[in-house]
Write a protein that binds this ligand. Structure first.
Ligand code: ATP
Length: 616
């Protein structure tokens, strides 16, 4: 009901520049409107009590300074008789008004507390919603986006910048609280002396304009600060993730310099931002004090001699003005803080925007299984528009057969394989599954039938069991054990301190390359995929590990459609089809022995590896 009546106000708000610039975040308030409205209601009630308090204070001061004067009245008869005691003695009035001041103060502080609590609830709910929105956004983006964006910047936005935004909205609601108190005070001041109020408002207006100029500098500094924060997080993350390489290449000094530079830049940007933001409050306070003194002198020189204001009125006016000063200071301080959050706010808004990001548009068809095969028809692909990595690739991957991709490093083998789970979409041409364009299938229904095994499989910070069962819902213990055994992983899992319960990843045991691969194979076996993409390990494994992995891969491949990226030809001798890629083009395809007989590209690779002793 109330919400409907607020519609014209919300329409007006939507027309403002502020709304249009911050729409992407403000729209989240739609889900928090009840809490936000309660916060506003409590805040306004607290401000109203602040105004009543001033009125009662005037009555109190009048009883003290001028007992003979006509008592101050509200015009509400029962209230004036019962609460203000207009018919009672001066002492009695003093007691009643004192009690009223006490009650009003208690109510004011109570409502201020409720206002603050509810606005904090709104802020934290907002931060929670934004964090989840960012997560959804990142999950729906194509891998193209991640290839171009620094992970440190993303981590910085997801952690520190979201918190800063939450803080910014906390400050905004504080600003609303203080502004409504300010309005209550200005109304009380107007009732006490409109002349003094007009002069005060004009002077404070001038002060505010001066401060606004200063806030421009704060805003600018905040952008630099946010940029430096993102860069620092990137450097820190790279240093931690690359610690092995750093140590192996003895590049500690280089990394130290990079880290120190990023940290110093962050320090400089932070100091610059804070110095600009901190200069606002002293300026506001100095200006406000000068205004207060000026008004005091003016009142004594003109209004009191002309009897335009009584001493009790002037005292109350000055009391209000005195209480107003910290409020004006706080309002300006909050404005400065809000300006300093413009940098993070703009990063988050940028991240939430949808129009400038690559998405994979989901299809509608459910993929229920492969019937014939996958066809690449004149497929071109480039990570960026003017740099094609695959050129005119036409290829058939037949159901139940193994298709091996061979070629020099950088030829485009992994890129070609990445198009099948739709990590990327072709720049031109089509990929057909049983004659239907891949893009028509719902992505997850397709990916559920597919598994990728590569050496850089991500091991999660979880138990061995959970790592194997990752991506397979409701996997039972027996199936996990069978998968681990078939993948030849059980032997080393058994040796781990807590077997299946051993924690892996960040905080747990680190696995060797071969062990990681066997976990990946077990994960894929449990998933029981129809289509299997095998990206063979490039690093040399010892002959025992290699034999174990080869053996488990053969078990995994049985009865499935396999796309194998091979570096050592020995692993694909038995493939049904071999596709040779060179600089993104298919240069040969056919059966292994037939291609060897043609003495073309595959034969050359074969010869080279034969010399190295990698094929028989
Ligand atoms: N995320 C990416 N962003 C931009 N370019 C990329 C990306 N990944 C790969 N490339 C480029 O695409 C080309 C093909 O790379 P791809 O990884 O497909 O080759 P590959 O044949 O699998 O190589 P390798 O055998 O070394 O794994 C390379 O020139 C590479 O630099």
């Amino acid at each position: 009901m109330i919400l409907k009546q607020l519609k014209p106000i919300s329409n007006l708000l939507k027309a403002t520049k502020f709304w249009q610039e911050n729409y992407i975040i403000l729209r989240e308030f739609k889900h928090l409107r009840k809490v936000a409205l309660l916060a506003l209601l409590f805040t306004l009630t607290a401000a109203a009590f602040e105004g009543f308090g001033v009125g009662f204070l005037l009555a109190f001061l009048q009883s003290l300074t001028d007992p003979q004067a006509q008592p101050i009245q509200t015009g509400i008869h029962w209230f004036d008789v019962w609460f203000l005691g207009i018919n009672a003695s001066n002492m009695e009035r003093l007691y009643r008004v004192s009690a009223l001041i006490l009650v009003v103060t208690l109510l004011r502080t109570g409502f201020t507390y409720l206002g603050q609590v509810y606005s904090e609830i709104a802020n934290h709910n907002l931060a929670d919603r934004i964090r989840k929105k960012l997560f959804e956004q990142l999950q729906s983006l194509s891998l193209r986006y991640f290839a171009k964006t620094r992970s440190g910047e993303l981590v910085n936005s997801l952690t520190s910048e979201v918190n800063q935004i939450c803080h910014a909205f906390g400050i905004t609601s504080f600003l609303v609280t203080r502004s409504s108190t300010l309005i209550a005070y200005v109304i009380s001041m107007l009732l006490l002396s409109w002349q003094l109020t007009v002069i005060s408002v004009m002077l404070f207006g001038l002060l505010s304009a001066a401060i606004t100029t200063l806030l421009g500098r704060v805003r600018e500094a905040s952008f630099e600060w946010s940029k430096a924060g993102g860069w620092y997080a990137s450097v820190a993350l790279e240093f931690i993730n690359g610690i092995r390489t750093v140590q192996a290449f003895a590049t500690q000094d280089f990394e130290r310099k990079r880290f120190y530079d990023a940290s110093s830049q962050l320090k400089k940007a932070a100091i610059k931002g804070l110095a600009a933001s901190a200069s606002v409050e002293p300026l506001a306070e100095g200006g406000a004090t000068a205004i207060l003194v000026g008004i005091l002198l003016l009142a004594f020189a003109t209004l009191i001699p002309q009897q335009q204001i009584q001493p009790a009125g002037l005292l109350t006016f000055l009391f209000v003005l005195f209480r107003l000063m910290p409020i004006v200071r706080q309002i300006n301080g909050s404005r400065a803080q809000i300006s300093s959050f413009q940098g993070p706010l703009s990063s988050i808004k940028e991240l939430l925007k949808t129009e400038n990001k690559p998405y994979l548009i989901d299809g509608k068809l459910q993929f229920s299984g492969l019937e014939r095969g996958i066809d690449f028809v004149s497929v071109d692909f480039g990570y960026d528009a003017d740099n094609l990595v695959l050129h005119n690739v036409t290829l058939t991957i037949t159901k139940g057969k193994t298709t091996a991709l061979v070629g020099a490093s950088g030829a485009g083998k992994s890129t070609l394989a990445d198009l099948i789970p739709r990590f990327y979409d072709p720049t031109a041409g089509q990929i057909l599954i049983d004659g239907i364009d891949l893009r028509e299938f719902e992505i997850n229904s397709l990916r559920r039938k597919l598994a990728v095994v590569s050496q850089d499989t991500f091991i999660f910070n979880a138990s061995v069991r959970d790592n194997i069962a990752y991506g397979t819902e409701n996997a039972d213990e027996k199936a996990i054990l069978t998968a681990a055994k078939l993948a030849n992983a059980w032997e080393f899992i058994e040796e781990l301190p807590e077997g299946f319960d051993t924690q892996l990843g960040d905080r747990g045991v680190r696995l060797s390359g071969g062990q990681r691969q066997r976990i990946a194979i077990a994960r894929a076996l449990l998933r029981d995929p129809e289509i299997l993409i095998l990206d063979e390990a490039t690093s040399a494994l010892d002959s025992v590990s290699e034999r174990l992995i080869q053996e488990s891969l053969e078990k995994l491949s049985q009865g499935r459609t396999v796309i194998a990226i091979a570096h050592r030809l020995s692993t694909i001798v038995r493939a049904d089809k071999v596709v040779v890629l060179e600089a993104g083009r298919i240069v040969e395809q056919g059966q292994y022995n037939e291609l060897l007989e043609q003495r073309g590209k595959l034969w050359k690779y074969h010869q080279m590896q034969h010399e190295l002793g990698q094929v028989g």
